[in-house]
Structures are given as structure tokens and as C-alpha cells.
Ligand binder design. Structure first.
Ligand code: GAF
Length: 474
């Protein structure tokens, strides 16, 4: 059987047919509980040789599959925190690195933030509501304009230099992270011509990648603001038009059918505020964070998430099919009290998965507005309860959660968080919890312990303070 309990994830998700997974999971949990008293702290990874007090956790092998394995060692006892980079120092270092790599000084350094979405998930492409905030974690781009329509793209995190012509980007296709940068140039070239948007770029990402925190939007938005500042023909572009360009780059060049929330908050965030997005017309209203005793703790589960693997798009197409069958422009037009109408039920019954998917979208829109009201009333327990209800809906109706996200949510709630939920597209990525400031360390430690107990890769934690939008740093 292609599985070992010591592999660090819950491989039963892929290794077993759906009908068998619950049984395997239940047995593994029993094993985890039963053997819990025998786990020992130690520094040796050899079977049975853990010695106390040296600071890592040894795990026994799960006997369900019968595979032999070495006890897993985790060198993480304390939660690991991801701190935002210092803007000035990061930009100055990137400037130097750019000059060393590409032979000339850049024209400047720009940065764009990642985001967490407090509530309103999978609603943006349904014309609904969302409530994201910009993270203090940003992606930096040192950029130098060229005159020849060539793009040369490098990353501080990756090897190699990607090079191509702006006019070839759409025809030839671009893979991986360069697609998010080249895509922006290709879309903006429609306004000013390909020659005008050729650039050398060195990016330095400080938004965790694959964590559901919009590192991709941060990447494209950092170049979008740079090109607006550098290319005379783009200087009059509104921030709304920049958002549209970045969304098109992601949809048309990177191949991810995303809905626009991430680019909106990266480019239009208001420092210290959440952003109430109405995706029917992409208007935004800043919403003040009114819970000074509480903060949003982000748990990057390190279960890699991707929006370009088909699952995200499948849900989007189901929602669009449901709206069309109901003769609506988008699911935004459907209110929760109509979900039980016989005609609505009979239409949705004809589309696979639609009843549950639609229920999530419609109820989630209501939860966003309720949560904003809760914030205005400074009612932390109402805000928290709505976050948790959102998670349940995403897990059970929209089916975009993952074991890692559920473990994080359960552990955070068990340790006293007011509420917790997955954030972003799902299938891995990050969870968030609303936590009293003085309990942040306790909740993080409880989540870490739950991951270790479940045999999951230890998560990384971020403190999410609502932060500023994309712009020039240097
Ligand atoms: C991803 C997408 F990019 C967003 O547009 C949004 O749909 C989100 O998933 C789910 O709410 O972040």
C-alpha cells in the first residue's frame, strides 16, 4: 500500500478510495490517541531510541497499513513566526542585488501586499461580498524600463532568468511565477504597445507561496504599480483599471480563473482597515478594525494550495451554471429565503453538486454583512461565530477545506479562539483565528501541538495587521 503514516500529511486523501478513507482515518486517530502516552520527546530518530528532553518529537508508526517506518522527528517545539520584511532595508538590498545581477541600477522598487480574507469566500466570482485585508507581508519588485519590448524576469527565491518578448507572451504561453509578471505586461501592452512595457524585473517575495495568502496577486500588482509609475501612457490609469489588468493577467495568461478579490485588496487596501468588497460592481468600503483586544492569527498550514489545478474552476463553473439555470446574472441575486423554494430546488437538483455549492455562496454573502455589523458593534463573539460558520459551510457545502485546515480550526477553537476558518481558495493554504491578543501564543502553541499530534508538517504563524496597498518603496 503506497502509504506511510510517517509521511507528514494525511495521504489517505489520495491513496484510498473515498469510501475507505473514513475508516482509515478513524483507525489512525485511534492509534494516535492510544499511542499518545508512549510518544516521547527526544533527539534521536531511530526506532525506540527517543531520549527525553532534547527538544523534538518522535512518532510511532501507524500500524494500519503495516508499513515499517522510522519515527518522525520534528525539530519544532515553539511556533515559528513569519515576520514582515522591513520595507526600506529590503528595497535597498534588492536594488543592490538587481545591479549585481542585471548590470544596471533599477529605476525603483515597488511592493504589493498579500492578503487574508476575514470572510466571504468563493463569493467574488459570484458577484457577492468579501471582507479581505492587506497583510504587512509584501512582494518587492525592483524594475528597470527597457526600450525594446523585452522582458527579463528574475526572482530572489528562484534560480535562473526568464526572458521573452512582450508580444510573444500570449502566443507562446508562460509557465510558473513569470506568467503573473509577464501577463501584466502583456495586458498593459494593449494600451501603450509592447515596446513601451519591456522591463527588467527582480522580485523578492515575502508573502508565503502556496499559502492561500495571494502571493500571486502580490506579484502581479507589484509590477502593475511599477509600470503605471514608469510608463507615461499608463500614468493616468485608475486603480480600478489596474485591478482589471491584473485579474486579466491571472485569468488569461497564468490560467487561474480567479475572481478579483485578491488584486482588489492588494491595490486598494486602506491601512488599518478591512475592505468590504461588493463584487457586483467592484466597489469597496473600508471597514475599521474595531476589536483592539483581538487580532487575526494566520496559520499557514504548509499544505500547498494551487488555484490552477481545476478544482477552483470546477466550482466556479458549477455556480455559473446554477445562476444561468435560475435565469440570474449571478448567484448574488438569489436570497437565502429562496433556497427552499420548490422551483429553485428542482432547478438546482439537475446540476451536479449545485444545491450545496449554491447554499454556501448565498449564506456566505449574508455572513459577510452580518460580520461587518458585528464589527461595528464591537461584538467579538458574533464575529468569531460567523467565521466558524463560514468554515463549516466551506468544509461541508463547498468542499474546499483540507485536513490541515480542519485541524487548525479545531485546535484554535479548542484553545479559546473566538472563531476560526480557512481563508482563501482552500484545498490547503491558510486558516485564520480571531484571538484575544494575550492568548495568541497559547493558541499558536495549541495549533502546533495538534499538528504534531496528527503527524502533519508543523505550520508557520503570521500576525495579520490590516496594512497598506501596493505602491513605490524606493
Ligand atoms: C482565491 C481567488 F483568487 C479569489 O478570487 C477568491 O475567489 C478566493 O480564492 C476564494 O474566495 O484567492
Amino acid at each position: 500500500m503506497p502509504w506511510s503514516c510517517c509521511s507528514g500529511r494525511w495521504p489517505w486523501r489520495t491513496a484510498f478510495p473515498r469510501s475507505d478513507r473514513r475508516t482509515v482515518r478513524r483507525r489512525c486517530w485511534w492509534w494516535a490517541l492510544w499511542s499518545g502516552g508512549r510518544w516521547s520527546r527526544g533527539g534521536d530518530t531511530g526506532p525506540g531510541s527517543c531520549s527525553p528532553g532534547t527538544g523534538s518529537l518522535c512518532f510511532p508508526c501507524c500500524p494500519v497499513t503495516g508499513t515499517s517506518c522510522t519515527p518522525r522527528r520534528y525539530d519544532v517545539e515553539q511556533p515559528v513566526w513569519s515576520a514582515p520584511a522591513d520595507d526600506a532595508a529590503t528595497a535597498a538590498a534588492l536594488q543592490d542585488r538587481f545591479a549585481a545581477l542585471l548590470g544596471q541600477e533599477p529605476d525603483g522598487v515597488w511592493a504589493a501586499p498579500g492578503r487574508v480574507n476575514v470572510i466571504g469566500e468563493h463569493t467574488d466570482y459570484n458577484g457577492g461580498f468579501a471582507l479581505p485585508m492587506a497583510l504587512p507581508h509584501r512582494t518587492y519588485a525592483a524594475v528597470r524600463r527597457r526600450e525594446d519590448g523585452v522582458l527579463r524576469l528574475a526572482s530572489a527565491q528562484r534560480r535562473g532568468l526568464w526572458e521573452g518578448r512582450v508580444e510573444d507572451v500570449r502566443r507562446d504561453g508562460v509557465c510558473g511565477w513569470p506568467a503573473y509578471v509577464a501577463g501584466v505586461a502583456a495586458v498593459l501592452a494593449e494600451r501603450v504597445g509592447a515596446e513601451a512595457v519591456g522591463v527588467d524585473v527582480l522580485v523578492d517575495g515575502h508573502v508565503p507561496v502556496g499559502a492561500g495568502l495571494s502571493s500571486s496577486a502580490a506579484l502581479s500588482c507589484s509590477l502593475a504599480v511599477a509600470l503605471r509609475d514608469l510608463v507615461p501612457g499608463l500614468s493616468q490609469m485608475s486603480v480600478e483599471d489596474l485591478v482589471t489588468a491584473c485579474v486579466r493577467a491571472e485569468n488569461e495568461v497564468a490560467g487561474a480563473a480567479t475572481g478579483g478579490m485578491d488584486q482588489t485588496v492588494s491595490l486598494r487596501a486602506v491601512d488599518g482597515h478591512l475592505l468590504l468588497l461588493d463584487a457586483r460592481d467592484f466597489t469597496v468600503v473600508p471597514v475599521a478594525w474595531t476589536l483592539p483586544q483581538h487580532e487575526v492569527l494566520v496559520v499557514d498550514t504548509r499544505a500547498h494550495h494551487s488555484l490552477a489545478d481545476g478544482q477552483y474552476e470546477r466550482r466556479r463553473r458549477t455556480c455559473e451554471a446554477a445562476a444561468a439555470a435560475l435565469r440570474l446574472t449571478s448567484l448574488r441575486e438569489l436570497s437565502a429565503d429562496r433556497l427552499d423554494d420548490a422551483d429553485v430546488r428542482s432547478v438546482l437538483a439537475g446540476i451536479p453538486d449545485a444545491p450545496a455549492r449554491v447554499r454556501h455562496v448565498v449564506t456566505e454573502n449574508d455572513r459577510v454583512l452580518d460580520l461587518v455589523a458585528g464589527l461595528r458593534e464591537q461584538d467579538a463573539s458574533r464575529v468569531g461565530a460567523l467565521m466558524t460558520a463560514s468554515h463549516v459551510s466551506l468544509r461541508d457545502d463547498y468542499e474546499v477545506s483540507a485536513v490541515e485546515l480542519d485541524v487548525a480550526v479545531e485546535a484554535a477553537l479548542g484553545a479559546g479562539a473566538e472563531g476560526a476558518r480557512m481563508t482563501g481558495g482552500g484545498f490547503g493554504g491558510s486558516a485564520i483565528a480571531l484571538v484575544r491578543r494575550e492568548e495568541v501564543d497559547v493558541v499558536a502553541a495549541a495549533v502546533l501541538a495538534a499538528f504534531v499530534t496528527a503527524g502533519l508538517t508543523p505550520p508557520v504563524f503570521l500576525e495579520a495587521a490590516p496594512s497598506r496597498p501596493a505602491g513605490r518603496v524606493l
